[in-house]
Write a protein that binds this ligand. Structure first.
Ligand SMILES: NC(=O)c1ccc[n+]([C@@H]2O[C@H](COP(=O)([O-])OP(=O)(O)OC[C@H]3O[C@@H](n4cnc5c(N)ncnc54)[C@H](OP(=O)(O)O)[C@@H]3O)[C@@H](O)[C@H]2O)c1
Length: 245
C-alpha cells in the first residue's frame, strides 16, 4: 500500500467511527520544518513541502467536506483551497475572519464551484454594514457568529453551524493562530503533519496551549509515519488529557 492509500484508509475509518453529530470531524493538516516552523514569518508564505507532499495535501482536501483557514493565511498566501494536484471534489472553502479583513483581491472570492463561506463576529458584521462597503461581500457568503472572549469567531459555534450546513468532515489547514485555537479548544480529532527536513527558525505551528502539565498535552496515539519523497508524513488521532485551561 502506498503512503497515500494508508492515510486515506486510516482517515476513512477515523471519520466513520466519529460519533458526534453536533460538529464535523476535524483534521489538522500542515507542513512544518523539523523545528516546527510553518513559515519564515507570519505574513509571508514559504513553500515547504515537496511535490508528493503537496499531492497528499490535495488528496486530503478531497477527503473532507470543508476546508478552513484563518484570515491570516488568506492575507499572507492568497490560497485557492481547491483540489488541483489530485483527482477529487473541491471541499467547501471556509475562512475565520472576525473583522472582515478579506482582501478584495482574494482568490477565494472566485472559487470555481463553491462560494467561500466567511465566518465573522457580530461586531465585524456591524462594522461592514456601517461602512456600506458592498465590495466586502463580493463572491462570499458571510455569516455573523458569536465572538469568543478575545472577540474572535467562537469555534464551538462555528463548528455547530458548519455541521448544520452539512459539513461532516473539516480539514483545518492553518495558520498557526487557528491551529493553536483548535488544539486549545480540544476540537481537533486527527492530525496529519508533513515534516520537511529543513530548519527554518521561523513562525511556529503551535503556540501557547495554556497547558499546566505534561499529562495534559495533546497526544497523538498511535502515531503513524511514512516517508513521502524527501519529507516524512506523521499522522494519527488526537487525544487530550485533563487540565487544558
Ligand atoms: N506550512 C503550512 O502548512 C501553512 C499552512 C497555512 C498557513 N501557513 C502560514 O501561516 C501564516 C499565517 O498564520 P497566522 O497565524 O498569521 O494566521 P491564521 O491562523 O491563518 O489566521 C489567524 C486569524 O484568524 C482570525 N480568527 C478568527 N477567529 C479565530 C479563532 N477563533 N482563533 C484564531 N484565529 C481566529 C484572527 O483574525 P481576526 O481577529 O481578524 O478574525 C486571527 O488573527 C502564514 O505565514 C502562512 O504562510 C502555513
Amino acid at each position: 500500500m502506498t503512503p497515500n492509500q494508508k492515510i486515506e484508509q486510516w482517515l476513512t475509518t477515523a471519520k466513520h467511527s466519529f460519533s458526534t453529530a453536533e460538529r464535523p470531524f476535524v483534521t489538522l493538516s500542515y507542513a512544518q520544518s523539523l523545528d516546527g516552523s510553518i513559515a519564515l514569518r507570519c505574513d509571508e508564505p514559504l513553500a515547504l513541502s515537496g511535490r508528493q507532499s503537496l499531492q497528499l495535501t490535495h488528496q486530503l482536501r478531497s477527503l473532507h467536506d470543508g476546508i478552513l483557514v484563518g484570515i491570516g493565511t488568506v492575507i499572507s498566501d492568497n490560497p485557492q483551497l481547491t483540489v488541483r494536484h489530485w483527482e477529487g471534489v473541491n471541499p467547501q472553502p471556509i475562512v475565520l475572519d472576525s473583522k472582515l479583513r478579506m482582501p478584495i483581491t482574494a482568490r477565494l472570492r472566485h472559487s470555481p464551484d463553491k462560494t467561500c463561506w466567511v465566518l465573522t463576529t457580530c461586531e465585524g458584521e456591524n462594522a461592514r454594514e456601517s461602512e456600506s462597503d458592498l465590495d466586502h461581500s463580493q463572491g462570499l457568503e458571510i455569516t455573523a457568529l458569536e465572538g469568543n472572549a478575545d472577540g474572535r469567531v467562537c469555534l464551538e459555534g462555528a463548528l455547530k453551524l458548519l455541521r448544520q450546513k452539512g459539513i461532516t468532515s473539516l480539514m483545518v489547514e492553518g495558520g498557526a493562530a487557528v491551529i493553536t485555537a483548535f488544539l486549545k479548544a480540544q476540537l481537533a480529532d486527527a492530525i496529519v503533519i508533513t515534516l520537511v527536513p529543513k530548519l527554518v527558525g521561523g513562525y511556529k505551528a503551535v503556540n501557547d496551549l495554556g497547558v499546566s502539565s505534561k499529562a495534559a498535552l495533546p497526544a497523538i496515539s498511535p502515531l503513524f509515519s511514512s516517508p513521502l519523497g524527501d519529507d516524512l508524513v506523521v499522522w494519527g488521532q488526537l487525544s487530550y488529557g485533563d487540565g487544558l485551561q
